[in-house]
Design a protein around this ligand. Structure first.
Ligand code: NDP
Length: 594
């Protein structure tokens, strides 16, 4: 394909329209629908009955993933002793606890994604780490700061209520625990709610079905990194070809008798280039290297000039190029837009041509090609995915409108029944567009009996995306679309959030503050800054293929308050300067203190 804007637009819109079908966003509500409760169960750690805990720690942290562990670690550093992390999982790790599917790996370079590498004196074994290494590292961080001892696992918080008289949060859980704490830290993350599509008939399926975030090794055999030994005589349906689905396919194809890959939208899948860490890597590192590396990556992602690209991967070379097209002196807006489009087209074309080189059947290759602008969906990276389609036991089932229905035998597409023993849902998570109050999974009742759901009904309302008026002594770890910023390397944002929470608690303690709340003017001012920089993405994103990045084809449906500090991704460096300046001043500006 050559770059002819009219032809490209027509092709992209035609591909979009195939997918813009009613009901494409319909999902089963895993938090309420008891028919699908089995999908939530923990296959990794047996549930052990325990006595309810009655306790009054200084801090309760909701969530034992990266954000919760880092918050706990930094609170320890400022001397907070009594911290209880609470998580529905059977252990630490959050996303990396649950996502143990074969092939699971992080797309962000390990040297930046695994936190506190210098403090733990650890160098990841590969450029991109597999999930198990990340999970073990997070456990090591938790152990270093002694956070596991008092954690409550397999425990869901059912209610958090501010007790005005006591100046504390009262926390209840589904295990009968009753905790009273001074500070409540929400670290729910954005990938904690699995998305299970509502496909007619799915409950009739008589085989084994599970989500990638609850991989059933009991059924498939094997373990992460090992061959799935029980699948040699089994046919498997893989639904979903996003970041999870594409990683699952190669090990599945290697083990199963037959794999049907149900593809609604092809992902743009760039080169991975994973490799073992060079033994000389560590020797060349100076103290502070990890922060420098994170900043270098973040600078490139935001289009800031750097001397050297330390990461040099698809994020910095493709994503950043499309995200930050060059401003050519004297160019009109139209010329700028056309140049940006041409850069985008060239990168997408490179992705499409890669498929021709790697997939031998031209019809299969054609069906695997993505036709949309690069930023319409989260890009993926893999070096073995396409080759799996050259195997005789792998069949691509292209279904732009999704799987039609599922019978007791398996999925149906175009009237054809695919008989399978197992369905793997690689169908993702309720990420960016699901509000915090749903992701935390319980009522948070603040001053005057107002719940967070009520307060945030028209979108987030906060100071710095991390504190909200009416919810005293409560911190929310920063997250995309929640009045903070977006970072491709989530760890960098979690670290900043953790340092802020710990720094703020240290200041409050030093100044003898029993209770803080956000000042009304400060919150109104922060919300105004968020809303003022909001740009309605409808014009750009409605031309995109539907995805969770454009609210499944309804980009205008995003509330202006549920966006970031600064346009688009937000301005990470300005945000960090602001938070660090706030801590350094020690003035606790914007807070009402008692
Ligand atoms: P995604 O939301 O990216 O992908 C879900 C897939 O399921 C898509 O291919 C989607 O199709 C498909 N799908 C959904 N409903 C249906 C249906 N009814 N019929 C057919 N197909 C359907 O989820 P992932 O779990 O892959 O990734 C989620 C996020 O998790 C990523 O964006 C990333 O942030 C993170 N992640 C990161 C990884 C990494 O770093 N390597 C690995 C895994 C996840 P369609 O595209 O048409 O919507």
């Amino acid at each position: 394909m050559v770059f002819d804007p009219d032809v490209v637009h027509a092709k992209y819109l035609a591909e979009r329209d195939k997918r813009l079908v009613p009901g494409r966003a319909a999902i089963r509500d895993l938090t309420r629908d008891e028919c699908v409760a089995g999908y939530r169960a923990d296959p990794f750690t047996p549930y052990v009955e325990r006595q309810p805990v009655i306790d009054d720690p200084e801090v309760v942290v909701l969530g034992g993933g990266i954000a919760g562990i880092l918050a706990g670690a930094h609170l320890r550093k400022v001397g907070v002793e009594r911290i209880r992390i609470i998580d529905a999982a059977g252990g630490m790790g959050g996303t990396w606890y649950w996502n143990r599917y074969p092939g699971v790996m992080c797309d962000v370079e390990s040297y930046q994604y695994l936190p506190m590498l210098e403090e733990l004196d650890y160098i990841p074994t590969r450029r991109y780490a597999f999930g198990e290494e990340i999970r073990q590292h997070l456990q090591a961080v938790a152990d270093r700061f002694d956070l596991t001892r008092d954690a409550l696992f397999h425990t869901g918080i059912t209610q958090a209520t501010w007790d005005e008289g006591a100046g504390r949060w009262r926390i209840r859980t589904d295990q009968g625990d009753e905790l009273s704490c001074r500070y409540y830290v929400l670290a729910a993350g954005i990938l904690n709610l699995m998305k299970l599509p509502a496909i007619p008939g799915m409950d009739d399926f008589s085989g084994r079905a599970f989500h990638t975030a609850r991989w059933d090794y009991g059924f498939t055999g094997g373990s992460p990194g090992q061959v799935l030994t029980n699948l040699g005589d089994k046919a498997v349906a893989l639904i979903g070809t996003g970041a999870s689905g594409i990683q699952v396919l190669p090990p599945l194809a290697e083990a199963a008798q037959q794999v049907y890959v149900f593809q609604r939208t092809p992902s743009a899948i760039g080169v991975r280039g994973n490799r073992l860490t060079d033994p000389s890597f560590a020797a060349g590192l100076q103290p502070g290297w990890q922060k420098t590396r994170m900043d270098n990556f973040q600078s490139i992602m935001l289009g800031r000039p750097v001397d050297v690209d330390l990461t040099a991967d698809g994020w910095t070379q493709h994503y950043a190029a499309v995200h930050n097209p060059p401003r050519i002196k004297g160019a009109t807006v139209e010329e700028f837009m056309r140049n940006a489009e041409e850069i985008d087209f060239a990168i997408m074309e490179e992705h499409r041509q890669r498929i021709d080189k790697l997939v031998s059947d031209p019809d299969v290759a054609a069906a695997l090609k993505p036709y949309y602008r690069y930023l319409c969906k989260r890009p993926c990276f893999h070096d073995e995915y396409f080759d799996a389609f050259n195997r005789p036991n792998v069949t691509l089932v292209d279904c732009p409108a999704g799987v039609e229905r599922i019978t007791e035998h398996g999925p149906v597409v175009g009237g054809r029944q695919f008989e399978v023993d197992c369905i793997v849902y690689g169908t993702g998570f309720e990420a960016e567009i699901t509000p915090l109050q749903r992701r935390v999974g319980h009522d948070i009742v603040g001053r005057g009996g107002t719940s967070l759901a009520e307060k945030w009904a028209d979108g987030a309302a906060s100071l710095f995306g991390m504190m909200s008026r009416g919810f005293p002594n409560m911190f929310v770890m920063p997250a995309p679309g929640q009045q903070s910023v977006v970072t491709v390397n989530y760890t960098q944002l979690a670290l900043l959030g953790a340092e802020f929470v710990a720094g703020a608690v240290a200041l409050l303690e030093k100044q003898g503050v029993a209770v803080f709340d956000v000042n009304a003017d400060a919150e109104a001012d922060w919300i105004r800054q968020i809303v003022d920089t909001y740009v309605d993405p409808s014009a750009v994103m409605s031309a995109c293929t539907p995805s969770r990045l454009n609210n499944e084809g309804d980009p205008g449906g995003v509330k202006p308050r549920d966006t970031n500090f600064g346009r688009g991704f937000g301005d990470f460096f300005a945000y960090r300067d602001l938070l660090e300046g706030w801590l350094a001043s020690g003035e606790l500006d914007g807070l009402d203190l008692a």
